[in-house]
Design a protein around this ligand. Structure first.
Ligand code: ADP
Length: 516
């Protein structure tokens, strides 16, 4: 046998030692659940971010079925210094998919741990194993005719509440800030012990999924965007299905109208008139979801504004498009609608509701679905804009103020233009913040485009940071750079926790720039 019998080797581990570790993994979880052959490892290395797969090549994958098996895995990892990269479903597209930050980690694929342990209609919560998908939950809710809604991120059916929440992802209903609505975790620590957070640590407790804080330091946060433990179960709240749901769209004709759009939404959002995480997408976002680039523009270089504007006009898209919704009883929605109507109409936007829409309009349909937690894959259409499977999300956070938008838009446009990348953008409106989401779409089969997307992301990161803007989440190619921007003290604390909880560094080395 030669060394290249493996797709990659864990750093500092010889092929011989790795073979011995594999034998132990096989004993622990069964031969067929330990993957090391290059062909079977290859799908775990498939990424959309602008970096070579080789840099993120896993040494293999492990697919445990139970908490005890995860405990056995960490024991072997510690003994042989083989690191694992936990994923729940690995659909973290645009941030690194299933592949590890560092070459040579083994993917700890929790897809077989996918039980729905409880869905409680009365109290509106669910407790699931990490690998449980949104689709499974949607099917369960339908089958049992429960008056509950999910809140899903973009690749909803195939992604998991656990993975998305642990990476602090967002959705689009009033429960859109996923970590805020998370309640209770079960975590296998690097030393093999099992921690239940919050009220879950108490014997005979029935409050694990209803009270977030427990007693003493609140720990759930340190298991998100981190590498301090392997989350095997997670609780989270589900929204009671409201009697009335009224989604709406406001179109603004000019690029500068983004200022007014945000300043109109903010007070409505802060006062909970608009309860959900609404979005404001630019014309190119609307276009890219359903169109191929060559239908508008075949040249290299950023697509010119005039082309986008003309096409948007033809199709009836705004330069900016607000999608938000009202939820509640008929009376509540009627009162809130008056406020929404007054505010948006006097802001110069064109307000549209279900009655004004073509029921077959896919753009309207998918927003309507997402803001009511209905699963949709429509937004995936965006990956065909350029083709070639390249995408990475640049996602800086700002105050939810109109005055923040133009400078961010201009800076992002200037930098993306320099690299020949189109400015496909969306603002997600939180309670007081915005996530400015820019999807850098490029063709991964073209090395020049890949390099451009990589360098473009790097420059965006640096120049936005100079203005005081940081990203809320980062892809695996740039985790160290992002961690550095958040400063040495934060980094020191992150490392101190890592040393205390995982002295051999066996869990997800490199996650969020944390590596010892
Ligand atoms: P998705 O639900 O989008 O498929 P992933 O499974 O790709 O999410 O998870 C996103 C990221 O969250 C992973 O790259 C990993 O860093 C972290 N993560 C996911 N699941 C776990 C878990 N069970 N324990 C610890 N970290 C996890």
């Amino acid at each position: 046998m030669t060394d290249n019998e493996f797709a990659a080797l864990p750093p500092g581990v010889s092929a011989e030692r790795f073979r011995a570790a594999i034998a132990k993994f096989r004993d622990a979880i069964g031969q067929e659940h330990v993957v090391v052959s290059s062909e079977r490892v290859a799908p775990y290395a498939k990424i959309m971010i602008p970096e070579e797969e080789e840099k993120h090549m896993p040494a293999g994958a492990l697919m445990p079925k139970t908490v005890e098996e995860v405990q056995k895995i960490v024991a072997v990892c510690n003994e042989y210094k083989v690191p694992v990269w936990p994923i729940s479903t690995g659909r973290n597209f645009g941030y690194g998919s299933a592949a590890p930050a560092k070459r040579g980690s083994m993917v700890l694929d929790l897809r077989r741990m996918n039980r729905i342990i409880e869905v409680n209609e009365e109290l509106g919560y669910a407790l699931v194993e990490a690998g449980c998908t949104y689709q499974q939950l949607a099917d369960y809710i339908e089958e049992h005719d429960l008056a509950l809604w999910l809140d899903t991120p973009m690749p909803a059916p195939i992604a998991s509440p656990t993975g998305n929440t642990l990476d602090r992802g967002v959705g689009y209903t009033p429960y859109g800030e996923h970590f805020l609505f998370q309640c209770g975790m079960e975590v296998v620590l690097a030393n093999g012990k099992v921690l239940r957070t919050g009220m879950g640590a108490l014997e005979n407790s029935n409050t694990w999924q209803v009270f977030k804080w427990g007693y003493g330091p609140y720990l759930d946060g340190i298991f998100t965007q981190s590498n301090y433990g392997i989350v095997t179960k997670m609780g989270f709240w589900l929204m009671p299905r409201p009697p009335v749901y009224k989604p709406f769209l406001v179109k603004y004709p000019n690029q500068d109208d983004i200022v007014t759009a945000i300043d109109t939404i903010r007070p409505l959002r802060m006062n909970q008139v608009i309860a959900n995480a609404g979005t404001v997408s630019n014309a190119l976002w609307e276009i890219a979801v359903g169109t191929r680039r060559f239908e508008l523009w075949e040249e290299e270089g950023q697509i010119p504004d005039e082309i986008v504007t003309a096409y948007a006009k033809e199709k009836g898209y705004g330069a900016w498009n607000v999608y938000a919704a009202l939820y509640g009883t008929e009376e509540q929605v009627a009162v809130n609608w008056k406020m929404v109507k007054g505010a948006f109409e006097s802001s110069g936007g064109t307000l549209m509701t279900e009655n004004d829409m073509d029921p077959d309009d896919p753009l309207w349909q998918y927003r309507k679905d997402m803001m009511s937690g209905t699963l949709s894959m429509q937004e995936f259409g965006m990956y065909n804009w350029r083709g070639g499977g390249g995408s990475t999300w640049f996602a800086p956070v700002s105050q939810a103020r109109g005055s923040e938008t133009l400078k961010q838009m201009q800076l992002a446009k200037e930098i993306t233009k320099k690299y020949g990348i189109d400015y496909v953008a969306l603002f997600i409106i939180g309670w007081r913040d915005m996530h400015h989401i820019v999807d850098l779409l490029y063709d991964r089969t073209d090395p020049r485009q890949m390099r451009a997307a990589h360098d473009c992301y790097g420059e965006l990161l640096k120049r936005f940071a100079k203005q005081g803007y940081g990203v809320y989440r980062a892809n695996t190619a740039f985790m160290d750079e992002v961690a550095e921007l958040y400063g040495p003290v934060k980094h020191e604390v992150n490392l101190a926790l890592k040393r205390a909880l995982d002295p051999n560094g066996i869990i997800a080395p490199g996650k969020s720039g944390i590596d010892i």
